[in-house]
Design a protein around this ligand. Structure first.
Ligand code: G3H
Ligand code: 13P
Ligand code: ZN
Length: 341
């Protein structure tokens, strides 16, 4: 079994100048798609579950599926991560279920909607860091707020409003120092979901200079990009060709993510692109044979379509080929590391 602390993977990515895609999962097919792509590209992986995913799957189904993926793929280093934990209690419940990494998203209050104060964010993040590091578990924190709202999570900021909640590079250093977090999620004008930008984004709305500035001040800080789906037109077109109605929309171009990776981004969150790929494949399968009703008939192509997206991102972000190079450290190893730090 190769469940490793996420910190080990991010450190390896920094040393070797690549980024790691963190894919969201809710069910068996999505987990299998990631592992298919990881095997084909020899990539280490971050598999992450939101609060919504944990509740959809009654927690334990998803936990066992993720652990099964690690057991079946002992040669693939895999971090199991809680995405957007809304409180210390959520993060601790994830640690109790063997997650090797948690995100304490104190940029929003516990309701997952209201932008939080600096003091609140530092307090809850620090609390989670103390509990997590005592177990060797990695902590991702967030400063600044993303746009949009997904499944109840998010401040609901518009593309324009998100510009007022970007991460302030002047505050980032103090935040990392005061919280002791392992990785910092930054707000650079993106949002969760498919509707990020009304036009192909320019530097006026996708503020890559925030990342460059933080990296120049803190070259050792592992940054995380959320809302990093590229929303490829080809995937939207398949959905619309087979009865969908997704309006014109733009995501984060892969070239901008690659630029972020050159400036300290080590974890790149992608969910929407996989959702689009799955939905398109299922719509196509339904349209092509209206008499079929075996779920395997449409879930197999859906799984392949998601694996193709994962593979493409693993290659573009540079994590492909790095599985064998990552040390299979344990939570116990990291526990000693934090105790000595
Ligand atoms: O945080 C956003 C991810 O896309 C997860 O979304 O909360 O609908 O599972 P979700
Ligand atoms: P997307 O909606 O752009 O895929 O972002 C996912 C994400 O940031 C999960 O935390
Ligand atoms: Zn996110």
């Amino acid at each position: 079994m190769a469940l490793i602390p996420m910190r080990t993977l991010l450190d390896h990515a920094a040393e070797n100048e690549y980024g790691v895609a963190a894919f969201n999962v809710n069910n068996m097919e999505q987990i299998q798609a990631i592992m298919m792509a990881a095997n084909e590209t020899e990539s280490p992986v971050i598999v992450q579950a939101s609060r919504g995913a944990r509740s959809y799957s009654d927690d334990n189904y998803l936990r066992h599926l993720m652990v099964a993926a690690a057991e079946l793929n002992p040669h693939i280093p895999m971090a199991m991560h809680q995405d957007h934990g809304n409180s210390p209690a959520t993060c601790i419940s994830a640690m109790d279920m063997d997650f090797t990494s948690v995100m304490m998203d104190g940029s929003l209050e516990e309701d997952g909607k209201t932008p939080a104060s600096w003091d609140y964010n530092v307090r809850v993040t620090r609390e989670v860091v103390e509990a997590a590091h005592a177990r060797g578990v990695t902590v991702e924190a967030e400063l600044g707020c993303l746009g949009g709202i997904e499944d109840g999570q998010g401040a609901g900021l518009s593309e324009e409003e998100a510009q007022d909640h970007l991460t302030d590079p002047d505050e980032a250093g103090r935040f990392v120092e005061e919280t002791g977090c392992d990785a910092l999620a930054v707000a650079i004008g993106t949002s969760h979901g498919a509707y990020k930008f009304k036009k192909k984004p320019t530097g006026k709305v996708l503020r890559m200079e925030v990342i460059r500035e933080i990296h120049s001040r803190m070259p050792n800080c592992h940054m995380v990009m959320h809302g990093s789906s590229s929303v490829p037109k080809e995937l939207v077109d398949i959905i619309n060709e087979y009865g969908g109605s997704i309006p014109e929309t733009y995501g984060v171009p892969v070239e901008d993510i690659q630029e972020g990776i050159r400036h300290g981004v080590r974890k790149v969150n992608v969910d929407t692109d996989n959702r689009l790929a799955i939905t398109g494949a299922i719509r196509k399968a339904f349209a092509e044979d209206g008499a079929e009703f075996d779920p395997r008939y449409y879930l197999k192509p859906a799984r392949v379509a998601m694996a193709e997206v994962c593979k493409a991102r693993m290659i573009s972000f540079g994590q492909a080929g790095n599985a064998a190079g990552v040390e299979m450290k344990t939570l116990e190893d990291l526990k000693s590391y934090y105790a000595m730090a």
